[in-house]
Design a protein around this ligand. Sequence first.
Ligand code: SF4
Length: 373
Amino acid sequence: MAGIYIHIPFCKKACTYCDFHFSTTFEKYRTEMVQSICSELIFRKDTLQNQIVETIYFGGGTPSLLTEEELTQILSTIHQNFNVQIGAEVTLEANPDDVLKDKVQVWVKAGVNRLSIGLQSFHSESLQWMNRAHTVEQSLACIGIAQAAGIKNVSIDLIYGLPNMSNEVWREEIRTALKLRVQHISAYCLTIEPNTVLSSWVKKEKIQPASNELQHEHFTILQEELVNEGFEHYEISNFALPNYISKHNSSYWKGAHYLGVGPSAHSYDGKYRSWNISNNQRYIKGISCKQPEYDFELLTKENHFNEALLTGLRTKWGVNIAVLETILPLHQEFYQQIETLENKGWAELLEGVLYLTNEGKSWADKIAQDLFV
Ligand code: SF4
């Protein structure tokens, strides 16, 4: 089982909080970029060693900016060079302002069967504050348009923990989303990443980030509201109706191999993790000279152990202690830490598998870090 990730490094506007790799001036070289992505797919077609590709994911950036020809060109290249499972999950990240009837029909015709829409908010002030390219009306309309055009699996992204966002406003955001009858919701707490507009506002004291307490309250409200409506909380930031868990993202958390193409895309082959250069021009040049620029690391036993721990704790599948022990021997101190977590009500050990409780999920990254070797 394997997956392919394609990074489309174009966006209409730069969102204030975003530290992903993208450019807002891409028209002059978009054809070259798509050609380079296709060349990289061909160049690296043996990386997955003919494993069956069960998921294809267009992320970015903004993949919904691709034209019909560009999207078809990339998907055809994948089908011609990889062993793609019939009925594979094919996800396209889209922004609400790109979700138009004709465009979605094109996506469906090209083979896309899942949309992940970067909706983020139903409040005009929040969208403007984040410098999003879409309006509230587009947030409200996009899901119906996607469903009417034949997409039966729609995920949306929401953001919480905005400065001054009250619990009531956040609850209302979730309830509005629920009325739209999507199958999957990803909700992320706003983080202040270096070199973003947001971090400059914090430095200049133009804004005061939300407190940890407020973020925790928002997370608790999120769990309550979505679980009440039948969503399964299967990963810290992800909730799905039955049978709608994201296969692509789950495969990352389960350690499956994946090939990432495009600038800044990451790949994993079970031993090595590699990542392409985060520079559009150098990426194109490297591919055209058949000398792609990328970096890599060999995962040590410690890396494997820590990754298995972190990803396991973040998901509903938990972390199997016997599996951890096959990577590195566990010491008494590790078991004592687990006992402390259980006493705090943050974790439970059931039949050799360690799970976080709803309360513990709020502190998942910190708990994992404390258990890291
Ligand atoms: S659209 Fe997405 S990738 Fe582009 S700047 Fe906004 S958050 Fe970042």
